[in-house]
Every structure is written in C-alpha cells, then in structure tokens.
Design a protein around this ligand. Structure first.
Ligand SMILES: [Zn+2]
Length: 784
C-alpha cells in the first residue's frame, strides 16, 4: 500500500510540473522578449531612432475669434499636411476633440456612476447633465482650390477622403476647415475634466477669463507602430499630435490681453507704448518685470471694449497651440538664459487675474524660470523662445504655455497647501514642455510616458527649489500605500490610458517613484542622469514608445534593467523583501588559550541545564563514586579547561602550517553572520543592509538585485564583520518602497503604522494618505 501511494504522488507531481512549466524560463531576471516590439529600421534595439525613422508633419495657418458676448469661438484654418511615410494615403484623419462635450458624446455614455443616500446637486449634475450644446459645428472642409472634400465624422475623429491619393515620402495636401463651437464653463464638473479648456466667469466684475485648448481641428498622428492613432478621445487618454509650424491670428475685444503659444508678431499694434517699453526692459531684467499691473487690469475690468484687436503669433516646431485671453490679465515677464539652448534668451512669463495675487505675482514667473533650468539640466536645453504660466481653475499643459491653479483666499491669505500646490502644479505643467511637447510620446496610449517622466522631473525641481520641499511623489515610501493595496484596484503601469484605475497613483506616482529608485538606488545618479538625458536627446522632436525608453536606459548605462522594467512596469507586484533570519558564526581559532575555556564553559552550561542532572542533585544524596573513593581515577579530578603542553604543541604546529595570508585573516578576529532573505512581494530590489554593532556604530552594505539571479524567491549571504552585531535592518533609508517594514528588522521590531506616524509628527503637510500632493489629486480627479 505504502509503495503504491508513493508512486502515485510522484507521477502526479511530474504531470503537474509538465503541465505548468514547459521548460520555459520563469526567472524574474529573464530578458524582456515578447513584451517589447521587435526592433526594426525605424526603432533600433539600442532604443535610438533607426535609419528609416520617419514622422509626419502638419503646418497650420489659423484665424480665430473669441466672441466675448456669446462665449463662442469661430475659426478658419489651413492645414498643410506632409506625408513623410513610405506609404500612399487615400484619406487622412483629423481630431475633433471638442466633440468630447457634444451632447451625444460617448464620454457621457460610458461614464460609470452610482447613487448614494447623500448625493449633492453638483455630483448629480456631473453624472447626468449633458445639456451643454458643445462640440464642433463644422461649416466646411475644402481642398486648396476651395472645393468641398468628402468627410466622415466618427465622434471625436474625422476622416477626410482625398480625391487623389497623397504620395509617399514628401507628398503634401492642403485642408481648409471652417468651424465654430460654444465655449464651456471650465468649472462645470460635467465638462471641465474632459474639455480641459473653457471659460471662467467672475460674477463680482462681470468678466470672463478664457483658456482655449483643443480648440481647432488637429491632425491625427500616422506613424510606424500605430498606423493612424485614431483611438477615440474619451477624456482620460490625452493627445497625440505631429509637429509643425503655426501662424495664428487671434481676434479678441480690444481691451483683452492674449497669452499664447509662440512669439507675438505685432506687438506694436496690440500693446501700448508703455507695455512695449516694459516688455523690452523685462528681457534683461534680473527679476520679473510687470508689464500690465494689477491696478491697470482692475481698471479695465470696469468697462468693456466694443472694438476688436487681432494678436498674431508664430510658433515653430510645436505639436499643438493654446492660448488664454481676458481683460483681467496681469502680465509679468523676465528673460532667462538657459545653458546650451538654441535660444539666446527664453522669456519666462505669467498671466493671471488679481484673484491669483499675491501668490502669482511673487512666485509664478520665478517658478517657470526654475523649471526651465532644472529640466534643461536633466533633459535637453529648453529649445523654445517662450514659457508661460497662466492662472486658471485647473491645470493643463501645451507647448510654451500652461494653465495652472493656486488661488489664495479672497482676503489674500493662503495655506501652505495652496502655496506648495501652486508651485508644484507650475513645475509640473511647465515641465510638460519637455514631456510630451518636445519628447512627443503617444498620450492616447500611454499616460505614464509623459505624466510619469514629468512627475519624476517635477520632484527634482521641487527638491532643487527648497531642501524641505513637501513633495508628494518621488520618495520611495510615497508609493507604498498604493502598491500594497488590493490588486483588484491596481493595473500595471503598462496599461492603456483609458483603462487605468487610480490614475494619479498608477500613471504619475508609481513611474515617478520607479525612476527615482533607479536613480538613487539601482543605477546611481551618474549612470541614470547620463542615460535619461540620452533618451531626451534621442527622442526630442520625435515620437518615442516605451521600448525606446527601456532600451535607451540600458544602452547608455550598461546596466541590465529588464528585471526592473518587468517588476515595476509590467506587473502589479510590490516590493516586500523579508530578512528572515540572521545566524552568527564564530571561527574556531584552535588557540587553546581561547578555545579551551570556551569549550569547558559550554560543556558545563549544557550539563547545568540538563533536567536529569538537576533533579538528581535534589533526589540523590550521593552517587556511587561519591560513596566509594575507589572508583575514582585521574579523570575524576582533571580540569578539562586546563591547558596542557600537548595543546600548546598542537596549536604551534597548526600555526606553522598556515601561510601569512591565513595568519593575517585569523588575526582579524572576524565575526560571521549568515543572512537569509525571501522575496515576498514579487518585485526585486537591491539589498541595502545596515548592521548595528555592539559599540553603537553602524555600517551599510549595498548588494545589487542580481543576488536573486539563481533564485528569485530566497537567497542567503554571509558577511564577515570586524565587530559583533546586535541587530540588522534592511533598507534603513526606506528607498526601495518596501511595503512591509516589520520583516526588515532582525530581531523583529514593531513598526508604527502610518496613522501613528502621522500623529507623532503632529500632523504633517500632505505627504501622507495616498502619497499624492494636492496637484496630483486634482489632476487625478480632473483627469488632466
Ligand atoms: Zn501632467
């Protein structure tokens, strides 16, 4: 029976092993194979663009008017589209992003919601209100001769059929489009998150402040890995756009100030002599110069011009164009010198209503300039002539211009939360100039490629702004709460933008933290910074994919990071490495002076502990030998600890047999410790081990993650140390995002929960909770 049972167990085991593991490598160190696209002549295995790399181009000439009486935008554009691909195209796709707020939009239809017993009217409206008459009203789509072209609108996308196919490798087609749309209320919760732009109405003075975004029909991207990227715009997955040059004539009420992508061409026509003089002075100033003062802006709020002015802007090599306009704008500027930039001077500027002061006046332009300097150091020198921060009710980014929140109370006071939230959102949105405006990734597919990389650089900018800056993401421990959540609310970072649960944690916080861990813990600053800069250099003004980033970081550093990308970007595993055991070992010196007393003491201690020995001492008044002295001999009175001549002789012989190296090693008197680790979370990390010594000193040893190369679940390692150890701690600076700190200590030590930590520190700023700063929370909520 027994024999048969054993055979059964063995055979079923073999069967299971065969079924589950057909001899494939399951090691966490296996290279990323099928996860990445095969390298080709467009995108090489090194992560650089290949010899056949191509990209499309779209140049725009636009005339647009903002009607301040009806909150309506009316535009006409000429798109010159250049087909650099090796393919003939019989149609082209144009993005109609405003249709996201069309009453029939899929965005309304596909929003999920639930009722609760307490639902506010605002919440309810955000769920069910689709009454706003938004969306593009197209008047025509025509060719270069003014002849109507056949077009088909598919929600937020439009296919324009070409009468003659567009030639490959340099063929050009001209589209003339006329349109209008109703501008939405930027603060309407049912619309603001999806539309990004809109107006804000100020009932106190009856004026509007406009931020116009996705306001013109924009060419979709056609590329080597998507074909046409015409996945619908549903609200979360942002934009994918080709580069081109823009000339835009913006007509607004004559008393408005326009803030825009690009360089103003007709300052003499739209600015006063005084404003022009101040603007010129700002170029060489050391701190921001106010061009339109708060007093001047406040005075203008009282009347409304009936005449119009047209502001003409030109922008080169940009993927998009946005602007703001209002009579409420205060405007300040300063010229910034960026090392290595193609621009002799970059104008850092801010536009804001009086409601944003005193914060914006003091900080905004300085924060713009700071962002440009820090990002330029870590990526490429800022290549555009202008960088603008516009105050608006939520944050969003465009080339050379961004809209940021951060408004004090009505009495001008503000909390530290508002102040740091405002600074962070400016660093973040200005930083988007680099990712994705210059390093032009596909936002519709991958949110993390711009938001994650940008949040990482934002962290660098924050920490270079002030030493104790309360950063929301970046530090490893800021992502721990997210990564230990139930896996059902997590996706891998490599998830399409529309399907991401917990947007802020997944696409902002986690990739930013992963990059910071790479920089500080895995690669080191020198290798990381060189490689990250190389990625920015290679893909500036091009369209990178995740594999181009993954490959470049390895190519430029010589560090195999496949295990890191796999754990952090392709799974929802977390980091939890346990220090399971520490076993001390002592070396036998063979020196009788040391070893004999120790051995004797040990034997005696063992005997004293023995239960029979102890009980007999009580129960037996005498033993046989005690009763009869005749039973004694030499060994009954021999001291086993006494050192006899033969011991000395044996030791001398032993020492003579040793070489100089062995003797020197012995003389060190080292203490040996075997440490056993297990990988409980799934994501591997280097082992950072702190030994705390008896004398109160400590030493940190850093072991690369490759220690797990033969066994990614359990490893042991022996350390030889000069001093006796009292305790060992894993990851003492909390740099690996380890989710369970209790098993990081040997002997075990209770770790206060985060709630207790919060109480102990007397109520921190906003580093606790979800690990996001208010800006990221707002972003996550408004999905910008
Ligand atoms: Zn962002």
């Amino acid at each position: 029976m027994k024999h048969l049972y054993l055979i059964l167990v063995a055979s079923s085991f073999t069967f299971i092993a065969w079924a589950q593991s057909p001899n494939t490598d399951k090691s966490l160190f296996r290279q990323l194979g099928s996860e990445l696209p095969t390298p080709n002549t467009y995108r090489t295995a090194s992560g650089a663009p290949g010899e056949s790399y191509w990209q499309q181009r779209a140049d725009y000439d636009i005339k647009v008017e903002v009607d301040d009486n009806t909150q309506r935008l009316i535009g006409k554009e000429t798109i010159t589209y250049t087909n650099n691909s090796p393919h003939v195209l019989s149609y082209v796709w144009v993005q109609l992003d405003q249709n996201v707020v069309d009453p029939e939009s899929d965005t309304y239809k596909t929003k999920t919601n639930t009722m609760s017993e307490r639902t506010s009217l605002t919440q309810l409206n955000a769920m069910i209100d689709n009454s706003f008459d938004g969306g593009f009203k197209l008047e025509y789509v025509r060719d270069v001769m003014g002849k109507d072209l056949k077009y088909t609108v598919n929600k937020t996308m439009m296919r324009v059929d070409l009468p003659t196919p567009l030639a490959a490798k340099g063929g050009k087609v001209v589209l003339n489009i006329s349109w209008a749309y109703n501008i939405n209320d930027r603060q309407n919760p049912a619309l603001s998150a999806d539309s990004r732009g809109g107006y804000e109405f100020f009932p106190e003075d009856g004026n509007y402040l406009y931020t116009l975004a996705q306001w013109y029909p924009r060419m979709a991207v056609y590329d080597d890995y998507n074909g046409w990227q015409h996945k619908q715009f549903l609200g979360q997955g942002e934009f994918t756009l080709p580069f081109g040059n823009f000339t835009v004539a913006i007509t607004v009420p004559a008393d408005h100030i326009v803030a825009s992508t690009g360089v103003l061409q007709n300052g003499k026509e739209v600015l006063t002599a005084e404003q022009l003089k101040r603007f010129e002075a700002s170029k060489s100033a050391v701190k921001p110069v106010v061009i339109v003062t708060q007093a001047e802006a406040t005075e203008k709020e009282k009347t409304k011009a009936t005449t119009k002015k047209t502001w003409i802007y030109k922008a080169e090599n940009v993927r998009d164009f946005a602007f703001g306009t209002s009579r409420k704008y205060i405007w300040d500027a300063v010229g910034v010198k960026i090392d290595g930039s193609t621009q002799p001077l970059v104008m850092a500027m801010s536009y804001y209503p009086k409601e944003a002061n005193p914060l914006y006046g003091q900080y905004s332009t300085e924060a713009v300039a700071h962002t440009l300097r820090v990002y330029s150091k870590h990526t490429i020198p800022y290549p555009y002539p202008v960088a603008i921060s516009v105050e608006a009710s939520n944050g969003m980014e465009y080339p050379m211009i961004c809209f940021n929140y951060g408004r004090p109370e009505k009495d001008g006071t503000y909390s530290d939360r508002i102040k740091y939230g405002m600074l962070s959102v400016i660093f973040h949105e200005v930083g988007h100039n680099f990712f994705p405006m210059i390093v032009n990734s596909d936002e519709r597919q991958w949110t993390w490629m711009d938001e994650g990389l940008n949040s990482f650089c934002q962290f660098l900018a924050e920490q270079e702004w002030q030493r104790d800056y309360p950063s929301g993401s970046g530090p490893a421990k800021s992502i721990v709460d997210y990564m230990k959540m139930d896996k059902s609310v997590q996706n891998p970072i490599m998830t399409n933008s529309e399907s991401i649960i917990r947007f802020g944690d997944n696409a902002y916080g986690k990739p930013a933290t992963a990059l910071n861990i790479l920089r500080e813990t895995v690669m080191g600053r020198e290798l990381f910074d060189f490689s990250f800069r190389e990625y920015a250099k290679r893909w500036a003004f091009k369209h990178p994919t995740p594999s181009d980033l993954f490959r470049t970081m390895e190519d430029a550093s010589g560090v195999d990071l496949d295990w890191f990308w796999r754990g952090w970007f392709f799974t929802t595993d977390h980091v939890d490495i346990s220090l399971d055991n520490v076993t001390p070992f002592r070396m036998d010196t063979k020196n009788p002076d040391i070893e004999k007393p120790l051995a004797g003491k040990a034997v005696k201690e063992e005997l004293e502990k023995d239960i029979t020995y102890q009980n007999n001492k009580k129960d037996l008044p005498t033993t046989a030998v005690e009763r009869n002295k005749d039973l004694e001999d030499f060994y009954n009175n021999y001291d086993p600890n006494a050192i006899v001549p033969s011991d000395k002789k044996a030791y001398d012989q032993y020492m003579t047999g040793l070489g100089e190296k062995e003797k020197a090693f012995l003389a060190k008197g080292l203490h040996f410790y075997q440490l056993d680790f297990s990988n409980k979370g799934g994501v591997l990390m280097p082992l950072i081990i702190q030994f705390n010594f008896e004398d109160g000193t400590k030493e940190v040893k850093r072991i690369p993650a490759e220690i797990f190369k033969l066994n990614d679940q359990k490893v042991s390692k022996v350390f030889a140390l000069a001093k006796p150890v009292t305790s060992v701690e894993l990851d003492p600076q909390e740099e690996t995002a380890d989710t369970d700190r209790e098993n990081n200590f040997f002997p075990r030590k209770a770790v206060p929960s985060r709630f207790e930590l919060f109480k102990q520190s007397g109520g921190g700023r906003w580093s606790g909770g979800s690990g996001m700063n208010p800006m990221q929370k707002a972003k996550a909520e408004t999905k910008n």
